[in-house]
Design a protein around this ligand. Structure first.
Ligand SMILES: [Zn+2]
Ligand SMILES: [Zn+2]
Length: 318
């Protein structure tokens, strides 16, 4: 009896491509928990905590998860690498190795049929947030992140990626309770601190980050004729601390800066420059003058300017 391997493979691919609703319940609950704000009210310490925690984690995601782990745009010590991974992980967007593998794949396939989150191929909502809820997306293509797998502490963060966000929420609760005890007139409480500092700030950070995959491939201008639909978008760049200069970034991904010109505000890059003055990071990769001109061709796959490791198709869980 012959087996139709082709249709079997297609059926399997279809199953792996379905949203696993049970697994994303925490993500959905976090959105629902935003409603608790009506119950807990607000106070200046809680609002300030939300702003601070949002900003710190945007930096963790853009400087470390994106520019460091996905693109190796600068160098740092193993200790700072670990702390950067923890900071990024506290944003509850899975581990640094998982994140880097999917992002490296995005650069290889951007807006082509095998891009896992392309608004051009699969539509806006899919590229914004459905793509990471599938069985396929839970896996990590280890061949794309061989450089990071050799660090056991990074594998550990990836394996237990829920711990950093839980620790952050717990710390915020404790701070809120202490403030309530010693500064009762502030109106703050432990639960209020968690709702503002963790729940609201994490959900806002989700959609701002997701917008780079969805809106930044749809809304904005194109300085460079890249092979994808990436756009430069100033307001997304402000919200994401520089990631909105996405057409620049697809044109030259390995640079530590994404705002290529002085008027393109890139807060993450300014932060990295300050850290380099302090000796905490070094060798920030610049944008070579030769790639700045719009007439300059975008680096192609295999070009050393992209600085991505060799390709692979096999997937395995980390
Ligand atoms: Zn992109
Ligand atoms: Zn990138």
């Amino acid at each position: 009896m012959s087996v139709d391997y082709n249709s079997e493979r297609m059926a399997r691919a279809e199953t792996n491509d379905r949203v696993e609703w049970f697994r994303v319940i925490p993500f959905l609950l976090l959105h629902a928990a935003c409603g608790l704000v009506l119950l807990v009210g607000w106070s200046w310490p809680s609002v300030a905590a939300a702003g601070f925690v949002y900003a710190a984690r945007v930096f963790g995601l853009t400087a470390f998860y994106h520019r460091y782990f996905a693109h190796r745009a600068f160098k740092t010590s193993r200790g700072v690498q670990f702390l950067g991974a923890l900071l990024g992980c506290s944003a509850a967007q899975r581990g640094p190795i998982w994140w880097a593998a999917h992002h490296r794949h995005h650069h290889r396939a951007s807006d082509r049929h095998d891009d896992i989150h392309s608004p051009v191929q699969q539509g806006f909502i899919w590229s914004h947030m459905l793509w990471f809820m599938t069985r396929n997306a839970y896996r990590t293509n280890t061949k794309l992140v061989k450089d990071w797998l050799k660090f056991p502490e990074l594998r550990l963060i990836d394996r237990f990626d829920f711990l950093a966000p839980v620790a952050l929420a717990t710390a915020l609760y404790a701070i809120g309770e202490v403030l309530q005890a010693y500064w009762p007139t502030s109106g703050v409480s432990g639960l209020q601190m968690v709702v503002w500092g963790f729940v609201l700030s994490t959900v806002a950070l989700y959609h701002v980050t997701f917008s780079i995959n969805s809106l930044a491939h749809r809304l904005g201008s194109r300085r460079y004729d890249t092979r994808d639909e990436s756009r430069n978008n100033w307001w997304l760049a402000l919200l994401t601390f520089g990631e909105g200069w996405h057409n620049n970034h697809h044109h030259f991904p390995s640079s530590a800066r994404q705002g290529f010109f002085w008027w393109e505000v890139d807060l993450t890059y300014y932060g990295l420059v300050v850290l380099s003055w302090l000796g905490i990071v070094w060798e920030l990769k610049p944008v070579p003058a030769r790639v700045l001109s719009p007439a300059q061709e975008t680096p192609k796959k295999g070009d050393d300017r992209c600085e991505l490791p060799s390709s692979g198709l096999a997937s395995a869980d980390v």
